[in-house]
Design a protein around this ligand. Sequence first.
Ligand SMILES: [Zn+2]
Length: 91
Amino acid sequence: MIQLMVSIRTCLGCGKKAPKTSMLRFAWYNWHLMQDNKGFVNGRGVYSCDNESCIQALVDNPRKVAGALRCPAIKAKHKPLPLKVSDKTAE
Ligand SMILES: [Zn+2]
């Protein structure tokens, strides 16, 4: 059996590990946590399962997000983090 090189990412919401391709990527862009599955935003991203509770956990944990992105500009005062989720039907 051929082992494919699948990148595993950890959901910042629930801590579950899953293949990168099955997760949502978010990046900090223009003072929003923006869904960025296409890698539009350079730099670090955070990952979440594709479900509302994990995304919610993400925006409710600005400190966690700031740590994961190494972006100290994200402060707890931004709780909940402003979120931009792309329209899934457009994919
Ligand atoms: Zn999750």
